[in-house]
Design a protein around this ligand. Sequence first.
Ligand SMILES: [Zn+2]
Ligand SMILES: [Zn+2]
Length: 311
Amino acid sequence: MTSAPETSFAPPPGDLSAAGPDTDASARRLAYVTVGVPTLGFLGAVVFAVAYGFTAVDLGLLIGMYLLTSLGVEGGFHRFFSHLSFAARPGVTAFWGIAGSMAAQGPIVFWVATHRQHHAYTDRDGDPHSPRPAEDGRRFPRVRGLWHGHVGWLFTVRRQNWSKRVPDLLRNRLVMRIDRYYFGWVLLGLALPALLGWALTGGSGRGAVGGLLWGGLARIFLLDHVTWSVNSIGHTLGSRPHRTRDNSRNVASLAPFSVGGSWHNNHHAQPGLAHNRHAFWQIDIAGGFIRLLDLLGLVSDVRYPKRARPE
Ligand SMILES: [Zn+2]
Ligand SMILES: [Zn+2]
């Protein structure tokens, strides 16, 4: 394990980070909302299903909204905004930004800055969410390391060196506008399934509440934990076909749910690619969707692997 160059941690002039060693209080408040509200919403959805049943409309809205926002996170926030693995015009850029924001995992700039920091210092000091065993002498170091990599990091992450990590986003007026209205997109992601649930059930209140709970809050909860599992499990358990310098893993069982994001060792081996699939059987829904948009002429300059590398 090598340590990161010391200078990389020095905030450059004009950095966005709050001065001082502590986590920014507003970021911590946002972490409580980000983790807490969907958890309560998921529990509410289960109680609601026990009381009023679980309908085909509830399931359809859960799957439809999950697919839209998981593509927004993996295809948009991750492969497009974080890794620039293809290019898109403003309308398509806005689609990725809004669909990703509706996942409620944080605004674009936060998500991308954190992720680029993860790639710059993967599994070393400076990685915001490496699930390395805690080295503070307290009990259950592995479990606490895993917990930190999964969700704990949200409460301790610092907005350090953001302007250095995301100069391209900070210069992009469209992206910054989408970032600024983050909570509006989150609310849209709740209102949309509620409205659809209402409309698809002939204007029933039960349909609206079912849509809000399953297509909105429970969907956010489920996708949150799949995305965070790529950070925690995807750096702890799974196969390592590529001998990367980090501890990244391919987690096949999560592939359909992460729309391809859990081929995480493949991704760390070649992070700039729009595809994570290195063998024909590896499901990569986000990669397939980007390919479809490319065929339709909606995205361009897609960075495909030169040839598949089945290992
Ligand atoms: Zn990683
Ligand atoms: Zn990445």
